[in-house]
Design a protein around this ligand. Structure first.
Ligand SMILES: Cc1ncc(C[n+]2csc(CCOP(=O)(O)OP(=O)(O)O)c2C)c(N)n1
Length: 372
């Protein structure tokens, strides 16, 4: 099979292959058709997506500022990736389980995780911040790619429980070079597990560009593992929603895994410890600014007269107030007890660990200023 035939019509049939990138809303805010994907959203639903996008960007800005002011240890910004995260996060059903990496603050928002809990993690005052079972949103994972195997195991559990849920796992383009991710692909395919692999291709793995990691577009790797791969415009919230919903439905109805490559761009630094001006050109960032995920929804709402100036002003105001409330609550987060590090390590108390904690407690007790 030729490369072109792999994802289009067989050679010689004359049929047009579907476009490589699924897009339903152009950067200029024009609604376009796709032969296979569509969304049917009311004006209120579109406005609600817009609200999510604006709020998560605001939360991100607040967290960046808090880091620069020494209040958080580090921050991994989602700037530019809002549509990939809100579109996929809003596609999830309540019983679906999401496995994030460390940048999925937008998905956390969709899963009703209080953002202050996410900030607590980056402030170093909690272990992980939230109860994954309460939100069906797993803990952040720093070890690149390892969450794909956790999600695969979870999806196999869903299969065995016989429920109609699915798992979705988030990872970056760099993670696709990890053994764990490839093992998860092999295993999920062999098991026909109900899982969606959601790769946010933000073009950079810290300073490593994608072209140094793959000779083919990432979504095309799925074919070698025996399941469908699809590339979606990751800055188009409508297209991401449509593609993710379909992949989740397929997983739930016994059709196994899908790899979604959300084609997007990390507009900020990798984290606040990184300086992207050392390895990428400003012109690249400027080109991606024109594809901003929020501006295109705004343009669409304006053009289609679904929203007026008052609506946009009210959302900005709301985002501002959620942001300042977050800042206030972050600064009020209590420091943990020194012995909290021994909590939640095992499901039930483990004798050697408890002994370690007790020895540390009596050591602390030997300092007068600590016991006072
Ligand atoms: C197993 C492992 N190797 C290396 C690292 C160091 N590291 C942290 S982030 C990162 C790049 C990840 O890039 P990508 O998967 O594209 O995700 P992004 O940060 O762009 O969202 C690396 C190599 C790590 N955390 N874990």
């Amino acid at each position: 099979m030729t490369i072109d035939a792999a994802h289009g019509a067989p050679p010689g049939t004359g049929a047009q292959p579907p476009p490589e990138l699924v897009q339903l809303l152009t950067p200029e805010g024009e609604r376009i058709e796709h032969p296979e994907y569509d969304v049917d959203l009311t004006a209120d639903e579109i406005k609600s997506l817009y609200r999510d996008l604006v709020i998560v960007r605001r939360l991100d800005t607040e967290a960046l500022a808090l880091t620069r002011q020494g209040e958080l240890g580090v921050w991994a910004s989602l700037l530019g990736q809002e549509a990939a995260q809100i579109g996929s996060g809003r596609a999830l059903g309540p019983g679906d389980m999401a496995f994030p990496s460390y940048r999925e603050h937008g998905v956390a928002w969709c899963r009703d995780v209080d953002p202050v809990k996410v900030l607590g993690l980056f402030r170093g005052v909690n272990h992980a911040g939230w109860d994954p079972r309460e939100h069906n949103f797993h803990l952040y994972t720093i070890v690149i790619g390892s969450q794909t195997l956790h999600a695969t195991g979870y999806a196999m559990g869903i299969q065995r429980d016989g429920t109609e849920d699915a798992a979705i796992v988030y990872f970056g383009d760099g993670a696709t070079s990890e053994g764990d991710v490839n093992e998860a692909f092999v295993w999920s395919a062999a098991q026909n597990a109900p899982i969606v692999f959601f790769c946010q291709n933000n073009q950079w793995a810290i300073s490593e560009p994608l072209e140094r990691q793959s000779r083919i577009p990432l979504y095309r790797r799925a074919e070698g593992f025996g399941f469908p791969g699809i590339r979606v415009d990751g800055n188009d919230v409508f297209a991401v929603l449509a593609v993710t919903k379909r992949a989740l439905d397929n997983a739930r109805s016994g059709q196994g895994p899908t790899l979604i490559e959300a084609f997007t761009y990390r507009m900020g630094a990798h984290t606040t410890t990184d300086d992207p001006t050392r390895y990428r050109l400003q012109a690249e960032l400027e080109a991606w600014k024109l594809k901003d995920p929020i501006e295109r929804v705004k343009a669409y709402l304006v053009k289609s007269q679904m929203a007026d100036k008052e609506f946009f002003a009210a959302i900005d105001e709301e985002a501002k107030s959620i942001g300042s409330d977050l800042r206030k609550r972050c600064l009020e987060l209590p420091d943990p007890e020194a012995t909290a590090i021994w909590e939640n390590v095992y499901a039930t108390e483990h004798a050697p660990l408890a002994g370690e904690r007790d020895r540390f407690t009596s050591y602390l007790g030997s300092f007068e200023e600590v016991t006072r």
